[in-house]
Structures are given as C-alpha cells and as structure tokens.
Design a protein around this ligand. Structure first.
Ligand code: N01
Length: 504
C-alpha cells in the first residue's frame, strides 16, 4: 500500500465519543487493539448526554441499567438520573479508562470513503488545526441515532425575529424569565422541558400535533444507606440491576406480539391524565387515539400539571406559519411570542451521516438505503461497506430498556471482528448480501405483529416505506445472543493485496 504524506494511519477510527464510541475505545484497548483514534465533533465525551442540556433533561431508563456493565455507578442520586450526572459518569469512566489520549475533540468527520486499492477507509476531518486525513483499517461509527436535530419545515420560520433554538441545542444565554415562549412538539424532550419553562415563563404555548401516552414516573432519591450498600455489599447493585433488567424485559411481549396487553398501559395513562388535569376539554385533547407503545411511552408526573397551569395553553390547531414575532394557526389565530423552542426530534431513518460514507462501489450509504430503507447485518455491518461497523445501527434501538445493553453487545461483536481480522490475516470483511437480506427479512417478519406497525400511529420509528427500521423487535438478550460471536462464515473476506501479490 502506498502511504500518502500527511495521512495519519490507524487501525481503527471511531466516530463519536458518546456511550457507543467510548465503549468501543475501552474494549478495543482491553483487547490490545490500541491503535485507534476517536473523533468527536463536540468538546467532550458523553454524546447526547453532553449535548442535551435543556432544562429538566433526565433519563427515562432507570439509573441502575443506565451504566456500562463493566463500570457500575453506586452513586446515582435517583431512580432516574439527571443529564449532568450521566455526563459526569461518562467523563469519569473515560478518565479512568486511560484511553483519552486517543480522543480528538472539536473535530467533525467530513466524509469517509473506502479505498479498495489501499484496503483502507480514507476519512477526512475538520478540527481546530484545520483539515486532516486518516487512513483506517476499520471505521466504527458511533455517531448516535438521535443526534441530528430535525427542524420543522414551517412557512416563515426562518424569518422569526425572536430567539429560536432546538431542544437539543439549548441556548442558555437566553433569559426566559417572564417571556412568552412557544414550544413546538410534545415528545420526550418537550415533556421534560415544558414543566421547567412553565415555572419561569410569563406564558407558554405548547403546540401539539399528536398526543403521547404518558404514565407516572416512579421517581425517588436513593438514600445514603442504599448508596453505601451498592458500593460496599458485593453483588447488591448487580442484583438490583438484574431485577430492573428482568422487569423491563417482561414488557417485550406486549410491544412485540400482543399489543392488546397495552390496554393496561392506556389505563395508567388515563389515570395520569385525570390526576394531572382538571379541565375535561384539555383531558380530551391530550388523550391519544392509538395503541399505547406505538409511539414511545413517556413517563412524567409533571407534564399534565404543567399543561393545566394558568400560564400554559395547549394548542392543537395545526401551525399555518410563523411570522417575525408570532405563530399563526390554521384557524387564523395569531399568538405573539418572544422565544420559540423547537422540540421536534431528530433525523433517524435517514441519518445525514449516511450521505458522507462511500462504500466499495462508490455509492454512499444514503444512496444504498434510499432504495429500500436502512438495513445492516445484525444492525452492525453492511454489504458493500467493508470494515464498517455501525453501533446503534438499523433495528437496534429500544422502546423498553437501556441502549447501553445493546451498545455493549455490538461492541463485543466489533472487537471479535477486529480479532478475527488479525487472527486470519484478513484485510477486510463485509457481510454477504444473502446474509444481510436474510437478517432483514427476519426482522421484517418479526416486526409485523408489533405495536409499532399495528398500533395506528405515525412515529419516528417508521421510515418513508412504512417499515420500522429503527427498533429491535424482541428481547435484548436475544440480540446479545445473535451477536455473541463474530460469524466469519457470513462474510465476504479480502486478503491483503500485498499478500495476493506475494502468493501470485
Ligand atoms: O422528539 P420526538 P424528542 N409541526 O420525535 C412534533 C429520546 N429522548 O426530542 O408526534 C408540529 O419524540 C412531533 O409531533 P408528532 C427518546 O427516544 C429520550 O422529544 O410527529 N409538530 C412530536 O411531538 C425520544 O423518543 C429522553 O405528530 C412537529 C415532537 O415534535 C427521542 O429522543 C429525553 C413537527 C418530536 O418528538 C426523541 O424525542 C428526550 C411539525 N412540523 C429524548 N415536527 C429521555 O431519556 C415534529 N413535531 C428522557
């Protein structure tokens, strides 16, 4: 292979320093695969938990499950951890891992292109010192499934003269006290931030397109005795973790096979509405008309009381346009505002990063997926894209449990793949088309009876073809089982061109 001057050669290039990238770095390091670099566009580790700093940001997966299995945290303050605590946790884990010397912050990956002659990924980045180029044997993409804010396409929104920002890019310089604020969206982010805005704003208009099922959040702080037990009694925290894990897994049949069981969740949701809202008209507006679970089930004790407050209006008329200082709804009503918060979610089924990854045949991942939707073998590897490993790839996300379990399962698989490459002396692996197609067909089959396909809603889980290409349609331990060993027999392999030449 010819070496281009100015290129940095590494074995593994990891994109993103969130839970996925950090786990990949730590586990590669442990496996003596130490020649890697982690490229992170932001200034620190933590990914979504570093970026999402909106008021009230907390995890809705129980704390005991929301940590790496190899780095339990006895110090969680509450049953559901706040954003800052999770970010602090990732920083601590990163520091203790001894891998931070290979992290490059404030640097964006511009594009990645497979060079078949060199059998390397050529990755261009842009950071504080300008552009840079890497040649990497593998690319491990851990950029996150919910990282690219989706801004709503609403007439006039670009001409809004007040402060406007996305929930995932909170502008802390804006003083919200006494202001007239509009929030577009009523998803997981809005449900957490609106109750905080209600406390300080003069008035809040919440624009709801579709209501969500929202059940109570069984929140409490861990006592100092509990924390001491977690820290000092061997196995105690792990036992609780297992119990939480099993409880969440027990919900899977209702999501995946028997959606009618979700009626129990709907009853909980209705009770939550009745408890939090006194006005029958408002109660009706927030009651969903689809099966619970079809969209992500949210948990909150604060959302309904916030909507019921005197300084909050829930607006359900569709937004017609945004003017310089107001939102106008289809019924012609104009509501003046100072601040506009767009809590409208993320690009999920058409991830922008896919436009910048070019595979073996010169096609981008976006081009390949455009024809039939996102697909990857075991949610991790993609035909036509040798040595590309996607963490939190297609059909790996969860509606019921912790993504960290999935991430760790995938990272194990990737490390096994890296070991196999070395052991077998291979230059590259990519799943066969047949293996990938069979995997995708199996996912589609399993997806058919799920609440996500049958529940009667539109959700960010579904792509433009109506397929759920985001969620894993089963128990998480099944996913782990599938990825427990690297199945080289399902892969097309490349030996190094140098070796080919020697053998010729
Ligand atoms: O985004 P969303 P999110 N005009 O896509 C509405 C994770 N998360 O940031 O439902 C008007 O859920 C849209 O309406 P509709 C979690 O996985 C986790 O809240 O499409 N409205 C919806 O109400 C979550 O699921 C945590 O009809 C428009 C909202 O905007 C995921 O991130 C916390 C619109 C978008 O909701 C995303 O959550 C936060 C338009 N043009 C997030 N476009 C925790 O762990 C969109 N909407 C706690």
């Amino acid at each position: 292979m010819s070496v281009t001057p100015g290129r940095t050669h590494v074995d593994h290039l990891i994109v993103g320093a969130g839970f996925a990238g950090l786990a990949a770095a730590i586990k590669l390091d442990e496996a003596a695969e130490r020649d890697f670099v982690v490229i992170e566009k932001d200034s620190d580790v933590g990914g979504t938990w570093h970026i999402n700093t909106y008021p009230g940001a907390e995890c809705d997966v129980p704390s005991q499950l929301y940590s790496y299995s190899f780095a339990l945290n006895p110090g969680w303050s509450k049953v559901y951890s706040p954003q800052q605590e999770i970010w602090d946790y990732t920083r601590r884990v990163a520091e203790e891992s001894g891998t931070l010397d290979r992290f490059v912050f404030d640097t964006a990956v511009l594009d990645a292109r497979w060079d078949d002659a060199a059998q390397r990924w050529i990755v261009r980045t842009e950071g504080p010192d300008g552009p840079r180029e890497y040649a990497a044997r593998t690319v491990i993409a851990g950029a996150g499934g919910l990282s690219e804010p989706r801004l709503p396409e609403i007439e006039g929104i670009d001409g809004f003269q007040g402060e406007i920002f996305h929930s995932a890019r909170w502008n802390h310089d804006v003083d919200l006290a006494g202001k007239r604020i509009a929030v577009i969206g009523t998803g997981a982010s809005a449900v957490q931030l609106v109750p905080e805005l209600q406390k300080v704003a003069g008035h809040v208009d919440v624009y709801q397109r579709t209501p969500n099922w929202i059940i109570p959040r069984n929140e409490r702080e861990f006592s100092s005795i509990e924390k001491t037990v977690f820290a000092k009694v061997p196995g105690a925290q792990r036992a609780l973790r297992s119990l939480v894990y099993a409880t969440l897994e027990a919900r899977v049949p209702a999501f995946a096979r028997f959606p009618v069981l979700m009626k129990a969740v709907e009853a909980q949701g209705r009770k939550n509405i009745a408890k939090g809202i006194s006005d029958p008209e408002l109660r009706a507006k927030v009651t969903p008309a689809y099966r619970a679970g079809c969209k992500r089930i949210l948990i909150s004790n604060k959302w309904y009381p916030a909507l019921d407050a005197d300084n909050v209006d829930l607006v359900t008329d569709p937004i017609a346009k945004v003017t310089g200082d107001a939102i106008v709804t289809a019924d012609g009503v104009e509501r003046p505002i100072d601040v506009l918060v767009v809590a409208t979610g993320f690009y999920v089924t058409e991830p922008p990063i896919a436009q910048h990854i070019t595979g073996r045949e010169g096609r981008t991942l976006a081009d390949v997926w455009d024809g039939g939707g996102m697909a990857a073998y075991k949610g991790t590897t993609i035909h036509g894209f040798p040595n590309l490993f996607q963490i939190v790839g297609p059909n790996t996300a969860l509606g019921h449990s912790s993504m960290i379990f999935i991430i760790e399962s995938q990272v194990r698989y990737v490390v096994e793949a890296a070991k196999a490459l070395r052991r077998e002396g291979l230059a590259a692996v990519e799943p066969t088309q047949a293996a990938q197609d069979a995997w995708t067909a199996q996912i589609r089959r399993k997806m058919k009876p799920t609440v996500w396909q049958t529940g009667g809603c539109a959700s960010w889980y579904l792509d433009k073809f109506g397929n759920n290409t985001t969620l894993w349609p089963g128990q998480t331990f099944t996913f782990r089982q599938h990825l427990s060993k690297f199945d080289l027999d399902k892969y097309d392999v490349q030996v190094s061109h140098q070796r080919e030449a020697v053998n010729a």
